[in-house]
Design a protein. Structure first.
Lengths: 288, 321, 321
């Protein structure tokens, strides 16, 4: 009586489980709103991120400037939106780069094993022993300052955890007998990777990458706060906090409101990740 | 036995395979297969029996070269295949695994799973034709065309094992290694799959190496039986002879240990000692558990000797004969 | 009445799942008489394990348990967690299929045994250690002193199961629930464990609920047996009667599908056609209807259990007057 196509139903039900979870859906909506506002910042905000009005320095939030203005009389809301563009873009690109690099290295490591695996894993251990901040500063010193290099450095700092996860998933899949069965049919090389290994590790990798993305948003903001990465007058979430920090006592809104946006954004990404994990795991559980 | 050589389909000679592992920081070498020579005749089923860790599955994988032997040679149909590129031989020999759910890629559709080998070996001219062939294979194992586009996770264990058999047979192999194909199945499926395997053998003239720990299952399907203990074949002979008059003490213990579904049958008294770690380097591996051990067992490794026609046993109890 | 150690009445276990309710156990009643070994036989999905786990409050996944399980006049299903924990291990002990997962890898065998003793008894550590060693000897472990200091992963599967049995028997429980304790073991080791359980039962008079899919083990160990299918009890009888005179079509089919040493190899094994009962189906009739050769429209309702001879009941319309 098992209905046909209940496996496709299982995948569909993973999606269903995600959308049935009110927390995940709320998080997704919140993040979508933040993302939308940032991407369409020029439309959403009436002000530019560098437009200064001396008369409106430290203006409290009002109907014209819902987040108020900063020390230079710039609209904080506009700066948060434009800053989000930078932060989210950097975090996303860094995550994608880390994912691509991590997939390549992790799959090579997991499949080849032996010396190759040992070398890659030791390299990752060395990399993860360097603090992210130091890594970014080092990378920028060596390769020169710039947004591109900054993103590469960020990706590099996220690389070890992604490689480790993918290696673990790959070796788990490699021990399954369907891999041996396809080897018995004569499957090898890239076909094995793309047809049998990747489809089976992608769900868990995707869940992990959501977490990486959240970490990258925070890391990027920390970098901005300590003055690495994006330079003024451009906006960046960490940079906005840094600029407002000097006047925290007199104009707390210039720090607290942007900080709240960062927190809500990171939280929503993490909750989306949790929801995805529950949905994916739940599928395995009901599968027996 | 040279007169029978043409009848041999696949032969392993002096096969050895060691695995290294670390237990509590100590490096341990396990001799999974320790100098085994084995011949499988065309059209027969050779049953390979033994307990976990005796190397029976490793031996099956060595013959298919899914695992490379440390030493020894493998001959298939008169050709030495120990060092050749296996790709062309893959369609000659296939394997069915113990765990049907784990042996089917959960992300692939059943039709694609069965057709994968056809695609790899460029059998069939188009995708449509390969799908047609896959469908025929599924029909042969008793599954209808509606299965083609479903994922393996939605099938029961017995059906999954049918799919795995269809995949293995899609390439029209001549030799099939069945690695405990019914062990993880419920009794009602066990019987179905055993009947299917013997029907297919009759219909397609297949040669089986049937690996199992269950003597009842092996006896039913096999023409000959080889019993392995710690990497070596200790007894080998016609199935009924091995089961009714086992010679090696280990085979005897194995047979005595199987619980019989009949309350009037009292369990045999023969009880083996516990598996102890100290297996003699130069003696019989079964010595620590053997109730009949004598002096020679500790110093000389017993070799297979013919104790009756076609019935071999590696035990010093038969050395004088 | 008084000689029943456990009385289960109308036990129903339902799991909520993403694809609807899963009816694992659909209203079963049974007693365990003191000193007897009751076997529950069934295939996977028959509800045999769930029916025992539910008694001990060990089910996960939001299981809904209804019914009554009287042990010493208390309903186990209504007890709070702390009362249940006090009974668990002391009065009722369990052994499982996979001993490694029930043993904590961070603790030595000695730790496990003494902790169990100290948790339930007011004795000194030295006394606990002494009793633990004695128990290890009783389950057939020589050099108990050395084993006490070993970790579970250093031991073989058979040894671990012996340890589990030792832990289970430490507090001299009155009831032992055994869930396929030998399924993961080799036959020769299984043989040893079965002999051990039989000896302990004869010595201590412990009552036992033995869950298995293997009729051979039932014949060896049990006094009475319950056959389950699709979450229901289809037949119950004394062990000798179930083999001599199986009545329910499912029991009959199951018994004939087992390969035996004295089978005629040329005849195919009788099989049970079709698929097992879907546990998600709300169908309230006989779960075997879909596969039963004798089913008719009456089977859309679940038949009452009928007594056909002393201690032998069957739930089938064909035997209901």
């Amino acid at each position: 009586m098992r209905s046909s196509g209940s496996a496709t139903k299982k995948e569909a039900s993973a999606r269903l489980r995600f959308f049935k979870n009110p927390v995940s859906v709320a998080a997704l909506i919140v993040f979508a709103v933040i993302l939308f506002c940032c991407v369409f910042a020029p439309v959403v905000s009436r002000y530019g991120y560098a437009e200064m009005r001396v008369s409106e320095r430290f203006l409290k939030p009002c109907s014209d400037h819902i987040f108020g203005c900063d020390y230079a009389g710039r609209d904080t809301f506009a700066r948060v939106l434009y800053g989000g563009r930078n932060t989210l873009k950097i975090a996303a690109v860094a995550t994608v780069l880390a994912a691509l690099g991590g997939m390549t290295l992790g799959i090579i490591s997991g499949i080849c094993g032996g010396t190759t695996d040992m070398l890659i894993m030791r390299a990752m251990e060395i990399l993860s022993a360097v603090p992210s901040l130091l890594l970014v500063i080092l990378a920028e010193c060596l390769m020169g300052w710039g947004k591109g290099n900054f993103m590469y450095a960020m990706a590099l700092s996220a690389l070890p955890s992604v490689v480790r996860l993918i290696r673990a998933s790959v070796s788990q899949v490699m021990s399954k007998s369907y891999i041996e069965a396809s080897r018995a049919l004569g499957v090898k090389g890239l076909r094995l990777v793309f047809k049998h290994i990747l489809p089976n590790i992608l769900p868990s990798v995707f869940v992990h990458l959501t977490g990486t993305f959240a970490e990258q948003i925070l890391l990027c903001s920390i970098m901005g706060y300590v003055g690495v990465g994006i330079n003024p007058p451009q906006a960046e979430w960490g940079l906005i906090i840094f600029e407002g920090y000097a006047s925290l006592r007199t104009a707390p809104h210039a720090v607290l409101l942007p900080a709240a946006v960062i927190a809500v954004c990171v939280l929503s990404v993490n909750l989306i990740g949790n929801g995805l994990r529950d949905a994916v795991d739940g599928g395995d559980r009901s599968d027996g | 036995m040279s007169s029978e050589n043409t009848a041999v389909l696949i032969k392993g000679e002096n096969l050895r395979k060691e695995f290294q592992s670390r237990v509590g920081g100590k490096r341990q070498v396990t001799r999974a297969v320790d100098g085994v020579s084995i011949e499988v005749y065309r059209g027969e089923t050779l049953g390979l029996v033994g307990e976990s860790g005796c190397g029976k599955s490793t031996l099956g994988r060595l013959l298919l070269r899914l695992s490379e032997p440390d030493s020894g040679t493998i001959t298939y149909d008169g050709t030495d295949i120990t060092n050749v590129n296996m790709h062309d031989y893959r369609k000659e020999m296939q394997i069915v695994f113990q765990d049907p759910a784990g042996s089917l890629d959960p992300k692939m559709k059943v039709g694609d799973i069965v057709a994968e080998g056809l695609e790899l070996h460029k059998i069939g001219s188009s995708r449509a034709q390969r799908r047609q062939m896959a469908q025929e294979q599924l029909l042969q194992v008793g599954l209808g065309p509606e299965c083609m586009d479903r994922h393996p996770g939605s099938f029961s264990g017995g059906q999954q094992q049918r799919i795995a058999i269809a995949r293995a047979l899609a390439l029209s192999p001549r030799f099939l290694v069945c690695d405990e194909p019914v062990s993880s199945l419920d009794v009602s499926y066990q019987a179905q799959i055993m009947n299917l395997l013997s029907d297919l053998q009759k219909k397609l003239g297949l040669t089986y190496l049937f690996i199992s720990h269950d003597l009842n299952v092996v006896r039913r399907l096999s023409d000959r039986i080889a019993v392995m203990y710690l990497g070596r074949v200790v007894e080998q002979g016609p199935a009924d002879q091995v089961c009714t008059s086992p010679r090696h003490p280990y085979t005897q213990a194995l047979l005595a240990a199987v619980p019989v579904p009949d309350p009037d049958v009292k369990p045999a008294d023969m009880e083996l000692a516990d598996i102890s770690a100290s297996v003699p380097e130069n003696g019989c591996a079964f010595l620590p558990r053997c109730p009949y051990a004598k002096d020679a067992c500790a110093s000389v490794k017993p070799q297979l000797k013919e104790v009756a026609e076609g019935h071999f046993c590696a035990c010093h109890l038969f050395a004088e004969q | 009445m008084t000689d029943n150690i456990l009385q289960v009445k109308d036990l129903t276990v339902t799991f909520p799942t993403a694809t609807g309710e899963l009816y694992a156990v659909r209203g079963i009643s049974y007693d365990i008489r003191s000193g007897e070994t009751l076997g529950i036989v069934g295939e996977s999905g028959s509800g045999k394990s769930v029916s025992a786990f539910s008694l001990m409050g060990l089910l996960k996944g939001g299981a809904m348990v209804e019914g009554e399980a009287l042990f010493d006049g208390q309903n186990l299903l209504q007890l709070d967690q702390s009362r249940l924990e006090a009974i668990r291990g002391k009065e009722i002990a369990m052994i499982f299929q996979d001993p490694l997962s029930s043993l904590d890898p961070c603790f030595t065998v000695g730790n496990h045994l003494t902790e169990t003793l100290l948790a339930h008894r007011q004795i000194s550590k030295a006394e606990a250690k002494k009793q633990a060693e004695e128990m290890l000897n009783a389950v057939g472990i020589r050099n108990a002193g050395r084993v006490m200091n070993q970790y579970p992963f250093e031991l073989s599967g058979g040894m671990r199961q012996r340890i589990m049995i030792a832990i289970a028997l430490l507090c001299q429980p009155r009831l032992l629930l055994a869930d396929e304790p030998t399924t993961a073991l080799d036959v020769t080791v299984q043989d040893q464990i079965l002999k051990l359980l039989k000896r302990l039962k004869d010595q201590n008079g412990t009552s036992m609920l033995f869950i298995t899919h293997n009729f051979g083990i039932v014949a060896r160990l049990c006094d009475r047996v319950i056959v389950m299918y699709g979450g229901r009890i289809v037949e119950r009888a004394m062990v000798a009667d179930i083999f001599r005179n199986p009545v329910h079509p499912y029991t009959k089919a199951l018994l004939s599908a087992i390969p035996r040493m004295d089978d005629d190899k040329t005849r195919p094994l009788p099989v049970i056609a079709g698929q097992p009962h879907d546990p998600h189906s709300p169908f309230a009739g006989c779960p075997f209807k879909e596969r039963c050769p004798m089913a008719d429209e009456k089977c859309d309702a679940m038949p009452q259990e009928t007594c056909i001879e002393e201690n032998h009941t069957v739930a089938c319309w064909r035997y209901l007057q």
